[in-house]
Design a protein around this ligand. Sequence first.
Ligand code: AMP
Ligand code: MG
Length: 507
Amino acid sequence: MKPVSESSPTVHIGLPWQNHFHQLGPDFFSPLAPQPLGAPYWVGRSEAVADMLGLDRTHFQSDTVLQALAGNLPISGTKPLASVYSGHQFGNWAGQLGDGRAILLGEANGLEVQLKGSGLTPYSRMGDGRAVLRSSIREFLCSEAMHGLGIPTTRALCVTGSDDEVWRETPETSAVVTRVATSFIRFGHFEHFAARNQLAQLRALADYCLARYYPACHTTPGSSGNAYAGMLQCVAKRTAVMVAHWQAVGFCHGVMNTDNMSILGLTMDYGPFQFLDAYDPGHICNHTDHGGRYAFGRQPAIAHWNLYALAQALMPLIEDQQLALDALASFKTTFEQQSHQLMCAKLGLLDVLADTTATPATEPHAQTLQDQALLSKLLALMAKDRVDYTIFWRRLSQCRASGDHSTVRDLFLDRPAFDSWMLQYSERIAHINQGLSANLMLKINPKYVLRNYLGEIAIQAAKLKNFAVVADLLGILERPCDEHPESEAWAGFPPDWAADIAISCSS
Ligand code: AMP
Ligand code: MG
C-alpha cells in the first residue's frame, strides 16, 4: 500500500477538485494512493457521465487520462482515501469492512469520484484489492442502464482494463471502474461508529450528511424538529422509491447488505444483480445466497430491515424511539404509493397518475383496491406461467397501441385465465385515451434491459479485446425504451445457454 505523496508529479484532468469527505478527519478513512495497473486500455467510456462531471470528452482520447483513471498517475487536486465502514452481511453483524478495493479521489462539481479495483487498502481483509474485468463491465453497464431506466443509482464514467492477472475461481484479468455519485456513504458508515460507541464521530458524520445532502431535514414534517429523525425519514423514503423502481422493472440486486445501502437511496455496489427473465418473486440471482434472503420478492422487506439497522445506529442521536419508529414507518407508505404509481403507469392507467389525491390514505378508495387486485391477479398468472417479465410489459404496451392482444396472449400457457384477466383489464382501460396511454406505456416499459446473457456477450468480446459490444450495449441501455432496429435481437427472449450463467459474489 502506497501512502499519498505530496511530492509526486501530478497530472491535471481539468476538474475543480474539492475534498469534503477528507475534511471529516482521519477517523473516517485512510489516505492512500491507488496501486498502478499494468498497461491499461479503455474498455468502456460514458460520454454522458463525462458531461455530467464536467470532464472534457476529449480526455477519453488521452493516454495521460487513461493512466490517471487506471490509478497510475496522481491527479492534481485530489486527496485519495479509502473510507472505513462496517455492516450487516446476510443479516449478521460483520464488524469492520470498509473500502477494500475502492479509492475515493475527491469531489468535482458536487460529485464524488471513486476508482473501484484500484488495489489494496487497510480494509482489504482477505481480498486483493482488485476487481475482475467481467464484474467491472457489469457494474459499468448496469449503472448506466439503471440511470437510463430512471432509477436512482451511482454512475460509471469508464472502465480501464489490464492484462494483469488476478485469481478468482480461475485466473482472470483485472480492471478499474471509475464510479461517480453525489456520495458513496452507506448505512454501514453509521453502523461503524455506533457499534464502537464513537458518538462524536457518529454525530460528525450525521451532521455532514445533514448539511450536504439533507439540509431541509430539520423541518421534516412528523419529526418534531429532530433533524436526525428527519434525515432517517428522508433516507427511508428515498430507499422506498429506489426499491419500488427495482420491483417495477424486475431488478434483483443480489447483495442487499447494509454496507451496500446508500444513504442517498442510490442503487450501489453492483455484484451478482440480475434483471428477471421469467417473472418469479422467489428468484435468487446470487448463487451464494443459499437461503434466498435476497430473493427478488423479498427486497422491499430487506430494505426495511436495513433501515432498522440504520435507525439503531442513529438512536444515540435521535434519542426518541417513537420518532425513529415514525420515520421508519414512512418506508412502507412511500413504497406502497410509489409502487402503485409505477405499476399503474406500466398498465397505462393514466387516471391514477393524474389523481394527486391517490396518496396513502388510511382508507384506500375502491378504484385503488380494484387496480391492486387487477395487478395481483396478473402477477400471479405471470409467476405461474413463468412469463418473461420485460417482454410481457413491452408487448402489452404495443398491444395497447394496436388493439390486438394476441402477442401478449401467446406468452401464457393458461389462456383461459389470461383471457379472463384481459377482459377485466379491457374494461378498466375502456375510458382511458388509447393513444396517450400507449405512449406512456412505451415510455415506461423498457424494450431493453441488461439481461445476464447480454452482459456475458459483452464480457466475452471484451476478453478478446473487442470493446465494441460494450459501447453498443451502452448506447442502447442509455435509451432503453427507444426502438433500436439494428439491435432487435437483444430485445428477444434469452437464449437457452443464459440459464447456465451463475453469478456469485466473487468479483
Ligand atoms: P461487496 O460484497 O462487493 O459489497 O464487498 C464487501 C466487502 O468486501 C467490502 O468491504 C469490499 O471492499 C470488500 N471486498 C470485496 N472484494 C474485494 C477484493 N477483491 N479485495 C479487497 N476487498 C474486497
Ligand atoms: Mg459492497
